[in-house]
Design a protein around this ligand. Structure first.
Ligand code: XUL
Length: 530
């Protein structure tokens, strides 16, 4: 049988905060198998709550890396039970929670390279880590963030170089705190990985490099030069830090072949390729097949926007990262705290808990809402940083205390879509004729809401319904895409065939650009949070 004829499958992992998931897709990118391990339930011996442990000090949140190692043994066994034929897997890749750091001991590399298939991974790697891993939920590094910003010439300069102002959960500040508060652990670590590159290392049988896209969530990587920024490294560590981190690589890189441990234990082919792992948000961009000029819109408790960018801006809020796929050289991540929960609360207030009644209200109004605009923050907003409150204006810009329910319904949704577009533009996002919005998440079933996004963004809206977890699907898709580019073999699933669920009306230009300007004026007047 030739290479072209052989059945080909691709494996993806997602090391998320609460569970480890794995998924196998075929050549058409359809899902064949899935398995998962829930940390608190399946591995109670680690005593995690939601996959993490809270520390003594306020804001400290960590996870034991051996938990993730043991979970990998378990999820592999569950894939066996679900009938996976590992000999058909051509390549694998993975996603992981962003920002967390894994601190490897001096003997780790040798242990990874000589794993015996007769023993579990977690028993063989019991001494491979010098400390628990600080994760993205940790918020104990405010002092380190300020020191990092100061050392590089201010918050704006840090954002220009690394794509983000300093954030507590970002790895640079976490490394600085480790060196300051636990100098012995800092010195004892031979290498420091992100959760993504750590997970990749287990499958590769050696310590895997950090990829550009997840590496952009550290406040250490120069996103223009694609190498570590010297000033930032110096602010967070000592002369050994660069060697501890290793040289970062493009995310679409085949790093090598799978570790013999997995060949002997599960029957993988020895030439199964390992593609660099990346952060979950980066992987979600790949799972949504986003390109430059496209928007991934995740409508959940909060609304998250993933933007494919051609060039980066220095973001005042949110994060610019190097893109995980050649189709998007850069990406941006924007998280709006007031998403579905806020929509639901106002639906309950205005339409007695019924989306049907709420949508009926919407249909009683017109695009542009006769000039009525509203900003509704039921909880403090992150983008922009403003406390809870409700601000309603009429067409002349006058503040209103009350508004008829049908106008409020439209003001709420148009206000949200306008905010998403305005802040996307601040991140350097530009629409072009090929642009699309790809919606996911619970609220993506609401056609009226998607129509408003289509009109405000002046671009068709599609729904991703292949799989609920775009990061996990993205891991397997990246394995397939990078493998096929490397092997020069095209796969039938590479081009998704979907039809839009909402297309914009032609009157966008008259209605929404002026409203976007008015939105920008209104938020200038709102009380900013520190
Ligand atoms: C992103 C972030 C989270 C984690 C969750 O900046 O901190 O989305 O990646 O896994």
């Amino acid at each position: 049988m030739t290479d072209e004829e052989r059945k080909k499958t691709f494996l993806g992992f997602d090391f998320s905060t609460q569970r480890l998931k794995a998924l196998v897709i075929g050549e058409d990118y359809g899902v064949l198998h899935e398995a998962d391990v829930e940390f608190d339930v399946d591995l109670p011996e680690f005593r995690t709550a939601g996959g993490v442990q809270r520390g003594q000090q306020r804001g400290e949140v960590t996870a034991p890396p051996l938990l993730w190692v043991k979970a990998l043994d378990m999820v592999m066994d569950r894939l066996v039970v679900s009938g996976v034929d590992f000999s058909t897997i051509e390549a694998l890749s993975g996603a992981a929670q962003q920002h967390g750091s894994v601190w490897w001991s001096k003997e780790a590399e040798a242990k990874l390279g000589s794993l015996s298939p007769d023993d579990f991974l977690h028993t063989q790697l019991a001494t491979a880590f010098v400390t628990d891993s600080p994760v993205w939920m940790d918020s104990s590094t405010s002092a380190d963030c300020r020191a990092l910003e100061e050392a590089v010439g201010g918050a704006e300069e840090l954002a220009r170089m690394t794509g983000s102002t300093a954030y507590e959960r970002f790895t640079g500040a976490q490394i600085r705190k480790m060196r300051r508060c636990r100098p012995r652990a800092y010195s004892a670590a031979a290498r420091v990985s992100l959760v993504s590159s750590f997970a990749c290392s287990l499958l590769l049988g050696r310590i895997a490099p950090i990829d550009y896209s997840d590496g952009s969530g550290m406040n250490l990587l120069d996103i223009h030069e694609m190498k570590w920024n010297e000033k930032a490294l110096k602010a967070c560590g000592d002369d050994t830090l660069e060697a501890k981190l290793g040289t970062p690589v493009p995310t679409a890189t085949v790093l090598g072949q799978i570790s013999p441990y997995f060949v002997q234990r599960y029957g993988f082919r020895p030439d199964c390729k390992v593609v660099a792992f990346t952060g979950d948000n980066c992987s979600a961009l790949a799972g949504l097949r986003l390109r430059s000029g496209w928007v991934g819109l995740s409508l959940g408790t909060s609304d998250t926007l993933l933007l494919g960018l051609r060039a980066p801006a220095a973001p005042p809020a949110g994060h610019v990262l190097l893109g995980p796929t050649p189709a998007a050289p850069y990406m941006a991540l924007l998280c709006f705290a007031n998403g579905s929960l806020t929509r639901q609360r106002h639906r309950d207030r205005l339409a007695e808990g019924s989306w049907e009644a709420f949508n009926h209200l919407l249909r009683a109004t017109v695009r542009g809402n006769m000039g009525y605009m509203g900003i509704y923050y039921d909880t403090a907003e992150i983008v922009p940083r403003v406390g809870a409150g409700r601000w309603v204006r009429d067409a002349g810009g006058r503040a209103l205390q009350r508004l008829a329910p049908q106008f409020e319904a439209r003001a709420l949704l148009e206000g949200q879509a306008i905010a998403r577009r305005a802040h996307a533009e601040d991140m350097g996002f530009r629409l072009d004729s090929s642009s699309r919005v790809i919606a996911t998440g619970g609220a993506a079933v609401n056609k009226e809401l998607l129509q408003i996004f289509a009109d405000v963004f002046n671009t068709p809206v599609y729904v991703q319904n292949e799989h609920g977890n775009a990061a996990l699907l993205g891991a397997a898709i990246r394995a397939a895409d990078v493998w096929s580019a490397d092997a020069g073999i095209s796969l039938p699933g590479a081009e998704p065939t979907v039809t839009p669920v909402a297309t914009p009306y032609p009157d966008h230009d008259e209605i929404y650009p002026p409203m976007i300007s008015r939105y920008r004026q209104i938020i200038e007047t709102l009380p900013k949070l520190a």
